[in-house]
Write a protein that binds this ligand. Structure first.
Ligand SMILES: Nc1ncnc2c1ncn2[C@@H]1O[C@H](COP(=O)(O)OP(=O)(O)OP(=O)(O)O)[C@@H](O)[C@H]1O
Ligand SMILES: [Mg+2]
Length: 422
């Protein structure tokens, strides 16, 4: 039932393409020229009166250069979703490593991929799957993970992404028995993630990411980072509105206070979540951890007051860095995190401002303040093997991000969107 060919914008929106010259004949008639078109939003697809309906997704060739795979094909490339290919598991469902090449589709680049499968008994479902396709199918940026294709067969929903060899920032930052991420790498990751968010916020039709957290930042072998997981993303306010009103969804410890209180979502909610991740990078501590003393369980509540005072900053900085960080850089980044974490949205910087500050601290190598101690990396460090991570996560903290999801019933938020809007 699924299509086996590459889908293109041309086939999706033929009216956006016109021939160069109506008098053209023969081969010239086939030369099509795209005209300007706006990115489709989730509501365009969910609106029952829309010609682009969800049911037609597999037949109306929706998306841009996305491949539509069959379940049998994805079984094949993951060795029947073998446990040894399991990369991790989140709220959507398990993620497996696979390999694709042009034997699967002509022109398909030979590459490893990550195949995310919907857990049919889980909390997420068709809506998150569709949001991922709508947003990642149309938005392309060096700091957004590349969606290669998807599968839609009976109740099965799968997504196929480029494979990111170092897994998530969460795994890299909080693993106990391995070399810690150096300061310069942390700053590189912060900058890349900030650029990804700035791109979303500054788009013609802005996007609010809504689930910015360390487990959604993926890393390639050179620690270039890419944002993944657009299941909760929302189109920004339109027509002069200041915010969109939604059900409160996201992850505890990362969501902005005003969003939790009112359900009013703006790009500034993402800036707050960015501040939380910046704090995780500075401290090496998880945003929420109920194994810490009660005063310190919420990272923001504990650390934010310390960020303003350069004399107390060393209490905040990750001790695993063993003093190997730039003092000037740390002060700048702490001040930036402090602003991003403002209780009210107005004083927070835009992501464009954040990018500028983080650009300015790259390569800061001023007086590293402690002795240099080389920690021999563990060979297992580079592996993206789930079993090791799973054991460690359970050991490190009983709370995994997706189990900490915030999902309030619609009645608890005034004018909240319907949970079944799609
Ligand atoms: N493209 C990818 N390349 C390599 N590993 C990936 C990729 N996508 C996901 N993973 C791995 O799978 C794990 C689970 O990812 P997923 O996004 O489903 O859940 P999560 O981010 O941990 O939780 P949540 O559902 O709350 O977002 C990630 O932590 C990562 O280790
Ligand atoms: Mg995720």
């Amino acid at each position: 039932m699924t299509m086996k060919k590459k889908i293109t914008w041309k086939s999706l929106m033929p009216s956006c393409y016109k021939s160069k010259d109506s008098s053209d004949s023969g081969e010239n008639r086939l030369k099509l020229k795209p005209c300007q078109f706006q990115r489709l939003s989730l509501s365009d697809v969910s609106d029952p009166s829309s010609p682009i309906c969800v049911n037609g997704l597999s037949t109306s060739l929706f998306g841009s250069n996305l491949y539509v795979f069959t379940l049998a094909e994805l079984r094949l490339i993951t060795h029947n979703f073998a446990r040894c290919n399991l990369l991790g598991e989140g709220g959507f469902g398990p993620v497996y490593k696979g390999f694709v090449d042009d034997k699967l589709r002509p022109g398909l680049k030979a590459q490893p991929v990550a195949v995310k499968t919907l857990d049919l008994d889980g909390l997420q479902g068709h809506r998150e799957w569709l949001a991922e396709i709508i947003f990642l199918g149309q938005l392309r940026h060096p700091h957004l993970v590349k969606l290669i294709g998807y599968c839609y067969e009976d109740e099965n929903r799968l997504l196929v992404y480029e494979y990111m060899p170092r897994g998530s920032l969460e795994n890299q930052l909080f693993r106990r028995y391995s070399a810690t991420l150096p300061w310069s790498t942390r700053m590189k990751i912060a900058l890349g993630a900030a650029k990804g968010l700035a791109f979303l916020h500054e788009a013609d039709k802005p996007v609010i990411y809504r689930d910015f957290k360390s487990s959604n930042i993926l890393l390639d072998s050179d620690y270039n980072c890419k944002l993944s997981d657009f299941g909760l993303a929302k189109d920004g306010p339109e027509g002069g509105e200041t915010h969109v009103t939604t059900r409160v969804m996201g992850t505890q410890g990362y969501a902005a206070p005003e969003y939790i209180m009112t359900g009013h979502l703006t790009t500034m909610s993402d800036v707050y979540s960015f501040g939380v991740v910046l704090l995780e990078l500075l401290t090496g501590k998880r945003s929420m951890d109920n194994t810490r003393p009660s005063r310190e369980q919420s990272l923001v509540e504990w650390a934010r007051p310390l960020l303003r005072d350069p004399k107390r900053l060393d209490r905040v900085i990750d001790p695993r860095l063993e003093g190997q960080y730039s003092n000037k850089g740390a002060q700048k980044v702490a001040a930036l995190a402090y602003k991003c974490l403002s209780h009210y949205p107005k004083p927070r910087p835009t992501m464009g401002d954040v990018v500028m500050v983080l650009e300015s601290v790259q390569g800061f190598e001023d007086e590293f303040v402690g002795p240099f101690v080389y920690v021999v990396p563990n060979e297992a460090d580079d592996s993206n093997e789930f079993l090791a991570k799973k054991g460690e996560n359970e050991h490190d903290s009983p709370v995994r991000g997706w189990r900490n999801r915030i999902k309030l019933p619609p009645s608890s938020v005034a004018n909240a969107e319907s949970p079944c809007s799609i």
